[in-house]
Design a protein around this ligand. Sequence first.
Ligand code: ADP
Ligand code: MN
Ligand code: MN
Ligand code: MN
Length: 373
Amino acid sequence: MTISLTENTAILSQFLSLPQNGKVLAEYIWIDAEGNTRSKCKTLSKKPSSVDDLPEWNYDGSSTMQAPGHDSDVYLRPVAFYPDPFRKGDNILVLCECWNNDGTPNKFNHRHECAKLMKAHANEKVWFGLEQEYTLFDQYDYPYGWPKGGFPAPQGPYYCGVGTGKVVARDVIEAHYRACLYAGINISGINAEVMPSQWEFQVGPCEGIEMGDQLWMARYLLNRCGESFGIKISFHPKPVNQSTINGSGCHTNVSTVGMREEGGMKVIEEAISKLAKRHKEHMLLYGADNDLRLTGSCETAAMDSFSSGVANRGASIRIPRQVAKEGFGYFEDRRPASNIDPYLVTGIMVETICGAIPDADMSKEFAREAEDI
Ligand code: ADP
Ligand code: MN
Ligand code: MN
Ligand code: MN
């Protein structure tokens, strides 16, 4: 597919400045069967003041592998909305949960179950910070800016790199940063990564269910920015499958209120011993193809072993040096892959460190994905 001819032209801008006659454009966004976002737009007669003002909607789930053809309607239930950085004005982006016709959550809707755990443990005020790594590809599926028919020079100069030959496509990254701020996403930073054409953004700290919501919105915004520049975004954990080339993760930084207070190191250590006991269950929810990434080299721990350490980037769990020094703060789970569903990961994290609840089970929730539609 070639780049849109009309994108950003002076001709289009004539139309974009036309008044909307009081109407509001609401872009309804959902998560599909393959961990991509999809969206469609609805005209509203006025600006909503809360999410309850937004009507339920639906789409053809048989076109997204989320429902069978004979019963194809999937319902979109708005859960949060954000200012739209592309259309601006009163226009909004609406994040939705997917629900089936029989009143059950769609099997790719992991938000519903995660939200129960977050609610049950709201008093623990669990904060997350997610480090989303990703890679840029050109429209022919070649890593963006790589020499044609070969590999770039070995890794080293690219991480946090500055200058031609070290980083590519800074425009896309800058556009995304601004789009996130405009939309109210709690984006906490960006950096160029170890593999050329690989970047990272961080979202957080966000409390509870908001972590998953904000990361999905930030991914949506990144795909939209890439679309404007004719660049593809890949969240695959090992986009270039070579042992000397880094993969992509989604490091998950976590703290409870107890960890953030004086003496919090003890609470952090207790959480780590709980995590050690459920290593296998967590790994199942930490992203497809993560085995290609967690090899034990390229700043990762091996897939089948659990380890932790202060300032250790080769461990499953890292306690930042500063946290060990001060005696309180947070820890970093380095195992999750770049393609995780953050609802599954933040959900099982709270289940393990704060305690299971009778009406939610994140492992079973993940297993639902394998059921027939
Ligand atoms: P790294 O040194 O691993 O590259 P980053 O700076 O990329 O770390 O990301 C750290 C993330 O952790 C940020 O999103 C930040 O907002 C988040 N964070 C900071 N403090 C806390 C905390 N107490 N609890 C949870 N997340 C936190
Ligand atoms: Mn980082
Ligand atoms: Mn990183
Ligand atoms: Mn990290």
